[in-house]
Design a protein around this ligand. Structure first.
Ligand code: CP3
Length: 343
């Protein structure tokens, strides 16, 4: 058994680097679109273990990635807490926003286990189907990013409302973050019990915050989640993804206790090699728009990442999820380049 992802996360890379892709299961694959078409409701798909397991495995059949990531979404947590969440075609997630302290009374952790049980069943099904070399990754959204969607009511790019609440009434906003921390810890521990071997925490909107707020709303909650995982399962690695954090990636890596850090495409490779790799395994960071456009530029971007980051602990991945219009052949080409890489 050679789980290259687990080796990389314990700083023991050998041979070509391991790889997987954020959003490796998704609309760029015709076989995904086919299963997706069987339900109009995206969350229902996340809660259908057989379909979700099939979707999780689809990209592995094509590309033999070193990891499978469970097919689900970060917004199952607000759904499980009782907030109204739906996904609208062409729009994305739409939530009935929570915007003030009194709205928190509508959230309840009573049903969490029941609502999320199907995701655990998906994990069992996928685990059974995987070979001995493939690592199973579970995930959750980090509290700041989940709060972003809960308060904005969807993908509002500047995060005005969530930042306003955090500034204006940090006491009640902290309560929301605490509710999310507790629910997330509970959820990821159950994922581990069900068989996932790594947890990735997605903090996609971390880049909206200044240093002080980043410490409070990004570093602290992620640190608390990592600490709880490590308390119960000291050998389960955690990968953090404070997207667009710039130089603050270092503070995050140093202060949260994560084993790996996923860098977005704006992070300089030399800086990541020099500053991040000594303290953390780096995962990333091909620009998803380069993966979309392909060609020679893509080849040289991939080689450049491999050249610079493969000297240290490293997992090849993207800087953000695969875009729906990406030709599957581009993914195939990248996989070929990584597989044939000889440092
Ligand atoms: O393959 C995988 O990566 C596993 C599955 C996965 C999905 N979402 C499936 C999905 C994972 C890990 C996520 C994480 C997620 N979800 C994040 C963090 C990573 C990031 O992208 O920043 C966020 C912010 C979300 C919330 C979310 N879910 C948004 C904003 C959207 C709409 C945008 C879009 O791509 O449609 C989704 C929907 C979603 N989640 C889809 C998939 C495959 C597409 C839905 C569809 O098929 O209609």
């Amino acid at each position: 058994m050679t789980k290259k992802i687990l080796h990389a996360l314990t700083r023991n890379n050998t041979g070509r680097p391991p790889f997987w892709f954020m959003r490796q299961a998704g609309r760029y694959l015709p076989e995904y679109r086919k299963v997706r078409a069987t339900t109009s409701n995206f969350l229902e798909l996340c809660y259908s273990p057989k379909k979700a397991a099939e979707i999780t495995l689809q990209p592995l059949r094509r590309y033999k990635m070193d990891a499978a990531i469970i097919f689900s979404d970060i917004l199952v947590i607000p759904d499980a807490l009782g907030q109204k969440v739906k996904f609208v075609d062409g729009v994305g997630p739409v939530l009935e926003p929570v915007s003030k302290a009194s709205d928190l009374d509508c959230l309840s952790s009573e049903e969490i286990d029941n609502v999320l049980q199907p995701v655990l069943e998906t994990i069992t099904l996928v685990k059974y189907a995987l070979n001995n070399n493939t690592t199973l990754i579970g995930f959750a959204g980090s509290p700041w990013t989940v709060a972003f969607y809960m308060v904005e009511g969807g993908s509002n790019k500047d995060g005005t409302k969530v930042k306003y609440w955090a500034k204006k009434n940090s006491y009640s906003f902290q309560k929301l973050i605490d509710i999310l921390c507790d629910a997330t810890i509970r959820y990821v521990l159950k994922q581990i019990e069900s068989g996932v071997e790594v947890i990735q925490l997605f903090d996609s909107w971390a880049g909206l915050l200044n240093r002080e707020d980043f410490k409070r709303w990004v570093i602290e909650p992620n640190r608390r989640i990592v600490k709880n995982i490590k308390f119960h399962y000291p050998n389960i690695p955690v990968i953090g993804f404070p997207r667009n954090a710039g130089k603050k990636y270092f503070d995050f890596a140093q202060q949260t206790g994560v084993d790996g850090i996923n860098i977005d495409h704006t992070v300089s490779l030399d800086w990541a090699a020099e500053v991040l790799q000594p303290i953390c395994t780096v995962q990333g960071n091909l620009d998803n728009s380069i993966l979309l456009s392909g060609g020679k530029e893509m080849d040289s971007a991939v080689k450049n990442i491999l050249d610079i980051l493969s000297r240290g602990p490293f997992i090849f991945n993207l800087g953000h999820g695969i875009l729906p219009a990406t030709p599957p052949e581009h993914v195939e080409r990248v996989v070929k380049l990584v597989n044939s890489w000889r440092g």
